[in-house]
Design a binder for this molecule. Structure first.
Ligand code: 48F
Length: 263
């Protein structure tokens, strides 16, 4: 059968339009495609919610591809192993309480599992701002403002476009980009001791891993923090190349938001 390049182009436009239009009123918008964002996206989509994940880069996976210092093996603790094995990632026990997995296998499997569960992934889109509204007398985030990453990288003066969401998950990692924009542009207080982003402290893996999960919560009406962004927001430590806390944070944010959405 002859191939018509115009139909190939039309197929791309039509299908992308369908995907984008079905994301205008999201239950959950996840910003950042690292391990915490991918895990949250998979679990929320599997629960039947309308979920989209926005990732600045062309590839998903955030800081997980390179393991530690480009030695592409990841380490997790026992309590998080199910979040790897549930999506078919082989793990090996190492010295009693540690488990390892191949970083490339883990990254690609987490990404595939999120997509196959029904999360709509928009790669190469950067979230540059949020939509802030008064709801019942209080300010709340009700949407996100996105632009094409190449536009952002080239510094072109091109206006962004907007999608709505019931909840936004800030999973941008160490940079905490979305929350930084929220507090820089608006007279708002976060649900942290100072009302601002507390900032990340130096390496302390054991404490940081536990804190990642306890810090995963609603930090502003409509906004949850997950992964390293949760620790950076609440002033906890970094943990380096151990990823169990990231996966467990994704699981926790998904469970908390699912509970809220179900009322
Ligand atoms: O940093 P990242 O992997 O986040 P995470 O899920 O996991 C952290 C670990 O990788 C590692 C660690 C573990 O011990 O400390 O660092 O918390 O992934 C964050 C993703 O967010 C994207 C960024 O490209 C990366 O893939 N991102 C950041 N800002 C934006 C964004 C933005 N404004 N819009 C879209 N994507």
């Amino acid at each position: 059968m002859p191939l018509d390049e115009r139909i190939i182009t039309e197929a791309i436009f039509d299908e992308y339009a369908l995907k984008f239009k079905s994301s205008l009123d999201l239950d959950v918008a996840i910003v950042g495609g690292g391990p915490s964002g991918l895990t949250a996206a998979r679990l929320l989509a599997a629960d039947g919610f309308n979920v989209a994940l926005f990732e600045r880069k062309l590839s998903l996976g955030g800081g997980m591809w390179g393991g530690g210092m480009l030695y592409n093996i990841i380490v997790v603790q026992e309590e998080s192993v199910h979040l790897l094995t549930d999506v078919g990632i082989p793990v090996k026990r190492y010295k009693d309480n540690y488990f390892t997995a191949d970083a490339v296998t883990a990254t690609t499997a987490l990404a595939a599992a999120a997509c196959l569960a029904g999360a709509k992934v928009f790669n190469c889109l950067s979230v540059e701002d949020v939509v802030l509204r008064e709801v019942d007398g209080a300010k709340q985030v009700t949407g996100l403002v996105v632009n094409s990453s190449p536009v952002e990288m080239a510094g072109l003066h091109v206006d962004p476009i907007v999608l709505g969401c019931k909840y936004l998950v800030e999973a941008t990692g160490h940079a905490v980009e979305v929350l930084k924009t929220l507090v820089r542009k608006n007279d708002v207080k976060l649900n942290t001791p100072s009302g601002k982003i507390e900032g990340e402290q130096s390496m302390w893996a054991e404490v940081a891993e536990t804190n990642t999960v306890t810090n995963t919560r609603e930090i502003f009406p409509g906004v949850y923090v997950a992964g390293m962004a949760a620790n950076a927001s609440f002033g906890s430590y970094r943990m380096g190349p151990i990823f169990g806390g990231m996966l467990l944070s994704g699981e926790k944010v998904a469970a908390d938001i699912a509970k809220k959405l179900r009322g």
